[in-house]
Design a binder for this molecule. Structure first.
Ligand code: SAM
Ligand code: SF4
Ligand code: SF4
Length: 333
């Protein structure tokens, strides 16, 4: 039986935050003044063990789950992450197992992840220019490290995508170079409209560059863009192709929301299910897991959360709820 929410949206995709920690401090996600040495990250005992994550996935597989995405925080900070991938792969050969990472530690873990059965990776890279990269990520790391990992991942045949958040007057000038770098290599790039996630990034609409205006800039450079048909109704990116067949996606959470087909649940590192990226509260499942629950009990508990789901935040975006939302680094992007 497929789990359906109040608007008949199935639960197909689970984003699993494996840690709330990160080795970057992107201004739009974990601004350093909030995520400093005084910030209380989750204590180790609260964080789901791999076996607990696997049990949740196992319980959901008979109910239509087809994809998991390991995220965070920075998922590659979680020790021995490839072991989780191996355990998830052992649950199902068909399960799509993806990771979203900033790529800084990818070279080191790439072979182990792929051997364990990782299906694909999305690598976040906001700029090719070192100064802009360091400004966006509030980091001393360089994009060269990420580019090296991308090259290695591509050379061993791991399917890749690039995620780039565009912030007005900060990295708008990187759009063309990024497309020119990844287009010819057959790596789709997705430009993300800067979102009002959490309550620490001081988001305001003036800092958003609409996908529409990004497309205008790209069309001046590369000629007209052709819209592609989505592969699945629940795809988050609207994908276009240049005349050379380079794929460019846009995640238009602000200007063209896509809640209608949203099939994603999020599992925070400490075991709460969030039914929306912009939710202000989660539903604890760790408690049930740690009480000897059967797969059926776990599935029933998640079903009871999912049937009540009426989230369509991006469609209803409202300034009043802004201060109540949970941080993206905590529930997973
Ligand atoms: N640390 C990993 C990374 O950066 O890829 C995974 C977690 S991160 C929260 C997941 C994705 O969310 C990244 O691609 C990041 O760029 C995006 N993201 C974070 N904050 C955002 C915001 N305010 N608006 C749009 N995208 C955001
Ligand atoms: Fe870390 Fe990813 Fe958030 Fe950047 S976007 S601070 S890399 S979790
Ligand atoms: Fe899904 Fe919530 Fe995003 Fe809408 S706002 S697409 S319901 S996560």
């Amino acid at each position: 039986m497929v789990l359906e929410d109040a608007f008949r949206r199935p639960l197909l995709d689970l984003r699993i935050s494996v840690t709330d920690r990160c080795n970057m401090r992107c201004r739009y996600c974990m601004p350093r003044e909030h995520f400093d040495e005084n910030h209380e990250f989750l204590p180790k005992e609260d964080i789901l063990r791999f076996e607990e994550i696997v049990r949740i996935v196992q319980a959901l597989l008979p109910h239509g789950l087809r994809k998991v995405r390991l995220t965070g925080g920075e998922p590659l900070l979680r020790r021995n992450l490839s072991e989780l991938v191996r355990q998830l792969r052992a649950c199902s050969e068909e399960l799509d197992i993806a990771i979203t990472t900033n790529g800084l530690l990818l070279s080191k873990h790439l072979d182990a992840l792929v051997d364990a059965g990782l299906s694909r990776a999305t690598i976040s890279l906001d700029a090719l220019g070192t100064d802009t990269y360091q400004l966006m990520g509030d980091t001393e790391a360089t994009p060269a490290v990420v580019l090296k990992a991308i090259g290695e991942a591509q050379s061993i045949g791991l399917p890749l995508k690039i995620n780039t958040v565009i912030k007005k007057d900060v990295n708008e000038n990187q759009i063309i170079d990024l497309v020119r770098t990844f287009g010819p290599r057959g790596i789709p790039i997705r430009f993300i409209e800067y979102m009002d996630v959490g309550s620490t990034n001081n988001w305001n609409l003036d800092q958003v560059v609409s996908a529409y205006s990004m497309r205008k800039v790209l069309e001046q450079e590369f000629g007209s863009l052709q819209a592609k048909q989505p592969q699945h109704a629940s795809d988050v990116a609207r994908v276009y192709s240049t005349r050379d067949g380079w794929k460019i996606g846009f995640i238009e959470s602000i200007t063209n929301p896509f809640c209608g087909d949203c099939s994603r649940a999020r599992l925070s590192a400490n075991g709460s299910i969030y039914t929306c990226l912009f939710a202000n509260k989660g539903h604890d499942v760790r408690g049930i897991l740690r009480m000897d629950a059967s797969d059926e009990d776990i599935a029933r508990a998640i079903q009871s959360i999912w049937v009540e789901r009426k989230d369509r935040y991006s469609e209803e975006r409202s300034i009043q709820t802004k201060n109540l939302k949970v941080e993206m680094s905590y529930i997973g992007g």
